[in-house]
Ligand binder design. Structure first.
Ligand code: DAH
Length: 346
């Protein structure tokens, strides 16, 4: 029995040392020390032995069991360590690699330009007001001195919802609303940025929906020079301090006199280039002195008060400011385009 135990020990030792996975190790364990093993069989036959033999075999079997259990334990630890080392090797992180840049959202260029315009006028004491995008024919046209025969009132040009209601074709409707809302008929200065709608076919320079900023100042002794000074500041703020402006006589039913304002071309500084079509000037907005009829329509005494007004397209300013040649880029949310306006990265 002693030899048999020695044999078991040697064989098990050999198998354990050449084993390198946990499942095989468990099999070895039950093969040599488990219930059906030769070792257990020897143990159960002990009763037939003499006292002397019992002691000898008993101590040998204890030695073998302790020895094998230790071997098994060490082997198991070795297997687990190897596995862990391999895993760590695989998951290794190279901390010297540059990190990925996390991108966060940015304000849309149209929003940035609108806010820039708002900031300028707020700094000059203007209120910023908001109005509905669906308005009445009266506010959009009638009270703005647009005669019924005016082409802008043609249903072909505006999105009418009912006979009386339409998507506002310009923010000028807010002139009427703000003057009517001013019950005390006190002087005021305001701008109104917002969306506007016209029945245009969408292309590189037209969109059925766009945005404008309306400006309106009403008070005593307001003159054309106030309008000029204000718009000159506006042009310099939006397009650079070296810009000049010029007024061209024009016609809008709600202003008298009316003007279109050009800014000196920033591509060529008035020499003439493709951007200004060789003229040296770029048209940026419409403006004028508020027509007496409009003041009266909205409850302001035109013999006491005067006003100036202007309307500027936010898309147009944005396109000119950033050299964007296709209006659609401002509406299609292409990340490759929008990321150029990330102020944080500039
Ligand atoms: N409402 C005009 C447009 O949409 C722009 C405009 C012109 C607004 C002259 C004004 C103004 O306030 O005085 O084309």
């Amino acid at each position: 029995m002693i030899e048999k135990l020695e044999e078991i020990k040697n064989e098990a030792q050999k198998e354990i040392s050449s084993c390198n996975d946990e499942v095989t190790l468990n099999n070895i364990k039950s093969k040599y020390l488990g219930k059906k093993s030769a070792f257990t069989e020897i143990m159960s036959n002990m009763s037939s032995l003499s006292q002397e033999e019992k002691r000898e075999v008993g101590s040998k079997s204890n030695e073998v069991r302790t020895y094998l259990q230790e071997l098994l334990e060490n082997k198991l630890k070795e297997i687990k360590d190897t596995l862990l080392t391999k895993q760590l090797e695989k998951d290794k992180i190279d901390i010297t690699l540059p990190s990925k840049k996390r991108r966060t959202g940015t304000l849309h260029p149209l929003t940035q330009v609108r806010q820039e315009i708002e900031d300028l006028f707020i700094s000059m004491g203007y209120d910023v007001v908001d109005g509905p995008e669906i308005d009445t024919d009266a506010n959009c046209f009638e009270l703005l001195n647009l005669p019924a025969s005016h082409p802008a009132r043609d249903a072909q040009d505006s999105f009418y919802i009912t006979e009386e209601m339409l998507l506002r074709p310009h923010t000028s409707a807010m002139q009427v609303r703000s003057m009517l809302a001013n019950v005390e008929k006190k002087p005021f200065k305001l701008i109104c940025p917002g969306k506007t709608y016209r029945r245009d076919d969408d292309d590189a320079t037209h969109s059925h929906q766009f945005s404008q900023v309306e400006g309106l100042v009403v008070g005593e002794n307001i003159s054309l020079s106030d309008l000029k000074g204000t718009l000159e500041l506006f042009a310099k703020k939006m397009f650079g301090k070296d810009r000049e402006i010029r007024f061209r006589a024009s016609y809008f039913p709600f202003t008298e006199p009316s003007y279109e304002v050009d800014v000196s071309c920033f591509g060529c500084n008035k020499k003439g280039c493709s951007m200004c079509k060789g003229t040296g000037w770029i048209e940026i907005l419409g403006c004028g002195m508020v027509h007496p009829n409009v003041l009266e329509n909205c409850g302001f005494d035109h013999t006491k008060y005067q006003g100036f007004a202007f309307g500027v397209g936010i898309e147009r300013v944005t396109m000119l400011k950033y050299g964007i040649n296709n209006l659609k880029l401002l509406y299609t949310n292409d990340y490759r385009f929008l990321k150029n306006f990330d102020r944080k990265e500039m």
